[in-house]
Design a protein around this ligand. Structure first.
Ligand code: C2E
Ligand code: CA
Ligand code: CA
Ligand code: CA
Length: 276
């Protein structure tokens, strides 16, 4: 019995040890990643299916770890948020995304770009300055930049965050609510936070089959229309998804069906497939 207990102890400690060691390692390496150019951005298209037109891009960060290879944002973003690394990381992302958008614009592709913002950024007191800097440094017009925020901000000083959002919108930057419908008090937030767009979480689109789910999406789209919010469906993976969403009055879509997140070389090839 003693032996079994000891083995069990070893089993758990090794398992936990493994995860903890990896997390500590990532945490340590994350601090160096920015200076060592290990991050890059990929861009995923948003597509207007009614007009059959590119609607814009979302910038998504990638980390190529020198030893571990690709680490997913699902793993390192939470660590970056915990450690505060998310702040310099987002400063870099904003600059890089604005720079790329300006390059495309100068080549005749006038499409806005969106950047994901962790709620952490609202607690720095420097968000507005950071965004102004990225726009001034790159010469990008504020109208071409969109910021994606999430409902998790209700857990923080929401009144302060609303003030910051208002100030960003006065600059001309657009604000959209990401992962809408997954979080805390979705509907209640909508008339408090000044928004330009809603992004329907991919979980909705994955469950279109039941009549109840359809009714819920349909109601959200109607409500968004009344609030004059644009609706973007995420996780659109098939022609059936597209047709269904169009029937409900949602025309802007993002997902593997139209295009995966791509680097700039891949985007050049992709552009040739969508523009005759
Ligand atoms: P998100 O903002 O909801 O981004 C969409 C995620 O869904 C991306 O995963 C994208 O690759 C994936 N996706 C897009 N279309 C489809 C589809 O049709 N089917 C499926 N199954 N997935 C699809 P990714 O790039 O791994 O990013 C995951 C999350 O990490 C993002 O979710 C976002 O919350 C966070 N993230 C990524 N880049 C940044 C960043 O620069 N800053 C911050 N703060 N968060 C970021
Ligand atoms: Ca997003
Ligand atoms: Ca999302
Ligand atoms: Ca998400």
């Amino acid at each position: 019995a003693k032996g079994a207990g000891k083995n069990r102890y070893c089993f758990y400690s090794e398992e936990m040890g493994h995860l903890e060691v990896r997390k500590m390692e990532l945490e340590k390496d994350l601090r160096l990643a920015l200076d060592n150019d290990q991050f890059y951005l990929v861009y995923q298209p948003k597509w207007n299916a009614r007009e059959n037109l590119l609607a814009g891009w979302e910038a998504l960060i990638r980390w190529k770890h020198p030893r571990l290879g690709m680490v997913s944002p699902g793993e390192f973003i939470p660590i970056a948020e915990e450690t505060g690394m998310i702040v310099p990381m987002t400063r870099w992302t904003l600059l890089q995304a604005c720079r790329q958008c300006k390059i495309w614009q100068d080549r005749g592709m006038h499409k806005p770009i969106s950047v994901n913002l962790s709620v952490r950024l609202f607690q720095t007191g420097r968000l507005r300055a950071m965004i102004r800097h990225a726009l001034e440094e790159t010469g990008l017009h504020p109208r071409m930049l969109e910021l994606e925020i999430t409902e998790s901000m209700v857990l923080h000083d929401i009144q302060d965050i609303i003030g910051q959002i208002e100030s960003l919108r006065e600059m001309g930057v657009r604000i959209s609510m990401d992962d809408f419908g997954t979080g805390y008090s979705s509907i209640g937030l909508l008339d408090r936070i000044p928004l330009d767009a809603l992004k329907l979480d991919r979980l909705f689109i994955n469950n279109l089959e039941t009549p109840t789910k359809r009714a819920v999406i349909s109601a959200i789209i109607l409500m968004a229309e009344n609030l004059e919010l644009e609706v973007i469906a995420e996780g659109v993976e098939s022609r059936e998804h597209v047709e269904f969403l169009m029937q409900l009055g949602c025309h802007v879509m993002q997902g593997y069906y139209y295009g995966r997140p791509m680097n700039t070389d891949e985007i050049e090839m992709w552009m040739r497939t969508v523009t005759p």
